[in-house]
Design a protein around this ligand. Structure first.
Ligand code: MG
Length: 338
């Protein structure tokens, strides 16, 4: 099969700039692409790299798109090099969009899959991101009213003593049956990670605290994998790897080195969706799916994967609507301009 290929870069501004441990992030840049097959069917895809998280840069992705011919083939789509994981995701998901299913054969099978998928998407639980620091204490209620029952709170932003104090207030404020995730973004020392894990284990044993600490995310830097592996075996509180497993290669590497905890998967940058499916099915890994602040195009493809591959009813980290203004109009006109 041959496909007409078109693409266009985009920029969108965050409502409030996002503070990460890599600095401030004001503008999300990416690429929207379109494939048209020989029968005229369209497939939309999005390349939304985050180079500081382990994907290619936007420049590299643009270079790749620019050097492609106007007509491309299945071979080109399925042989994009591993150094371009966001491109692998963008092209393959456009290919899947066009074929209407998740690699399924036959149109009826694909339609049924889509129907099930849409109800699955609505039944997926979502995780809401709380602001870091004390602001979490008066922001969770707004998210709760929007329906969120799982929250993520960033730690390793301020001094640990201050954070433990806010944490103590937070767990006594959140309604019963709330799940809370603590994301350190690799910012804790080994001693601090032990302190957090011990604190969470103690909570578990304390019947007066009716909320659940679901996991601590990426407590230590990527280089300290062995220490995280050891911590995951020493405490009851689960640990999720995030920065350590940005791409499929890293995912497989951590699994091979013995990681049986949780994997945070960002479909937008992890690489090829078909290979991700194979990996998740083969090893039955415990996954949490998460956003890379993509537009509705990549989000749809990512949520499809989440609906197919999530286990243990874990909430997905796509509660991002409050980060951007309404996107429908500009995305529609950008797609129309292709
Ligand atoms: Mg994280």
């Amino acid at each position: 099969m041959r496909y007409q290929f078109k693409f266009r870069p985009y920029q969108r501004k965050f409502l409030r700039s996002l503070t990460t441990n890599h600095g401030k992030w004001d503008i999300r840049e990416g690429i929207i692409l379109r494939l048209t097959d020989e029968s005229g069917k369209l497939g939309w895809g999005e390349i939304a790299p985050i180079s500081w998280f382990g994907s290619e840069t936007l420049e590299k992705a643009l270079d790749f798109c620019r050097q492609l011919p106007k007509e491309i083939t299945d071979e080109i789509i399925f042989s994009i090099p591993d150094e371009l994981p966001a491109c692998q995701f963008g092209f393959e998901s456009a290919w899947e969009w066009r074929s209407g299913g998740a690699g399924e054969q036959g149109s009826r099978g694909a339609e049924e899959k889509n129907l099930n998928l849409s109800s699955a998407l609505h039944s997926l639980p979502y995780s809401g991101l709380l602001p870091s620091g004390e602001a979490a204490l008066n922001q969770w209620e707004k998210l709760w009213q929007q329906g969120y029952r799982t929250f993520k709170w960033k730690i390793a932003v301020d001094a640990i003593a201050d954070e433990l104090e806010i944490f103590e207030s937070l767990i006594h404020t959140l309604p019963a049956s709330t799940k809370l995730r603590l994301d350190a973004n690799g910012g804790l020392s080994y001693e601090e990670a032990n302190l957090w894990l011990r604190t969470c284990d103690n909570l578990k044993a304390n019947a007066e605290v009716p909320i659940e600490i679901e996991f601590i995310e990426q407590p230590l830097p990527v280089e300290q994998f062995q220490q995280m592996l050891e911590l995951s075996m020493s405490y009851e509180t689960a640990i999720a790897l995030d920065e350590s497993v940005a791409t499929l290669g890293q995912l497989a590497g951590c699994y091979q080195q013995g990681w049986r905890g949780i994997f945070v998967i960002k479909p937008g940058i992890v690489g090829s969706p078909s290979r991700l499916r194979k990996f998740c099915h083969q090893y039955e890994v415990d996954t949490v799916f998460s956003s890379v602040f993509e537009t509705a195009i990549a989000r749809l493809a990512a949520l499809k994967l989440a609906a197919e591959l999530s286990r243990n009813n874990r909430a997905i980290g796509f509660g991002i609507d409050h980060f951007f203004e309404q996107e429908d109009t500009w995305l529609q006109s950008l797609c129309n301009s292709l």
